[in-house]
Ligand binder design. Structure first.
Ligand code: ADP
Length: 335
């Protein structure tokens, strides 16, 4: 079997893992995002592994746009094209690509493979995929892409042949989204053009009336960068509570705005779940995943209480984007 390094550069953490084929050898997570490539190579040599001996490196890349819809070996040209997608996921893309570029420089002979969070949704029907804008905007890339696809793939794979026909997957973490899965395929999801859409998140707003954005620009004189900062970093649980974006801390707090923010999160998550159930004609099962979805019985219970009229089996699946990436790199290198 081949040694594979997996790098998962998130918005606030850097996770890396070494696999022998699809067997996990070692993994770690840091919140110090500086000199990522050197940190990773240092971490490997501590374990007696030489990065130059690896068969490939797999990266979680949040956005593949319309072109990158399957795992791709990244050369200089692909890297430049991917850089052009940074504005679509400003919390994740620049850092993820910087790490990839740094590792290309450090180990030029080892293939770097990008695996995309958008890919799982690429075959959604046009009715789910299209934004209600004039058609030329769609051709220019203004579409609903969807995200968290690597973990959705993992959840689907975990069910194997026993996958419920109409499955709702709730990926609830700092970033949160839900996906309606029919016979193992994504047919609709709550994140759309960007990772700011859909559910209320730690610091992201989720879906918001477009008229508010126009008013913020016109009346509050916010420019694009300020709007981005507001909607990606200061909204969601952080904004509504005025305290923190961290669900565990909110659940531990007695402050009225913390309690209100938790209720707000669950109410809106359930409303999105109801909407997704329409896309698959009802629900057989709900699978919770992600830091909040896996660990918080309280949040699961509150969301499910809003959905008591829509009974479904409940499953909990531990998120594991790294394993999916390792599988993809293995498959690509064996071709
Ligand atoms: P990311 O999207 O960055 O990968 P995670 O999936 O790790 O994030 O989820 C982080 C969130 O999970 C935080 O809001 C954290 O407070 C929450 N969380 C983790 N454990 C618990 C728990 N036991 N109860 C409630 N929330 C939890």
């Amino acid at each position: 079997m081949a040694l594979i390094l997996v790098v998962n550069a998130g918005s606030s953490t850097l996770k890396y893992a070494a696999f022998d084929g699809v067997r996990l050898v070692r993994k770690d997570q840091v919140s110090d995002l500086k000199n990522a490539g050197q940190q990773i190579t240092g971490w490997l040599s501590e374990a007696g592994l030489q990065i130059s001996e690896f068969a490939g490196v797999g990266h979680r890349i949040v956005h593949g746009g319309t072109k990158f819809i399957k795992p791709t070996r990244v050369d200089e040209r692909a890297l430049a094209e991917l850089r052009g997608l940074c504005a679509l996921a400003p919390l994740h893309m620049p850092f993820g690509l910087d790490v990839l570029a740094e590792l290309r420089r450090l180990i030029p002979g080892v293939p770097q493979v990008a695996c995309f969070d958008t890919a799982f949704h690429a075959a959604q029907p046009d009715i789910a995929r299209r934004l209600p804008l004039p058609r030329e905007y769609h051709e220019r890339g203004y579409q609903r892409y969807g995200f968290h696809g690597l973990n959705y793939e993992h959840v689907v794979a975990t069910f194997g042949e026993k996958i419920p026909r109409r499955l709702l997957i709730a990926h609830l973490g700092n970033g949160s989204s839900m996906c309606a899965v029919l016979d193992g395929k994504s047919v609709a999801t709550t994140m759309g053009f960007s990772t700011a859409d859909g559910l209320v998140m730690g610091t992201r707003s989720g879906s918001i009336d477009p008229g508010v954005l126009i008013a913020l620009m016109r009346d509050e004189k916010l420019g694009a960068d300020q709007l981005e900062d507001l909607l990606y970093r200061h909204s969601g649980l952080r904004g509504v509570s005025g305290i923190t974006s961290d669900m565990r801390e909110l659940l531990a707090s007695k402050e009225q705005t913390a309690v209100a923010a938790v209720d707000y999160y669950c109410y809106h998550a359930a409303r999105h779940a109801g909407s997704l159930a329409v896309a698959i004609g009802g629900l057989d099962a709900i699978a919770f995943t992600g830091g909040i979805g896996e660990n918080s019985e309280i949040i699961r219970g509150k969301i499910l209480a809003h959905l008591s009229w829509l009974p479904a089996q409940v499953h909990i699946v531990q998120a594991n984007e790294e394993l999916v990436i390792a599988k993809h790199v293995n498959a690509l290198l064996l071709q």
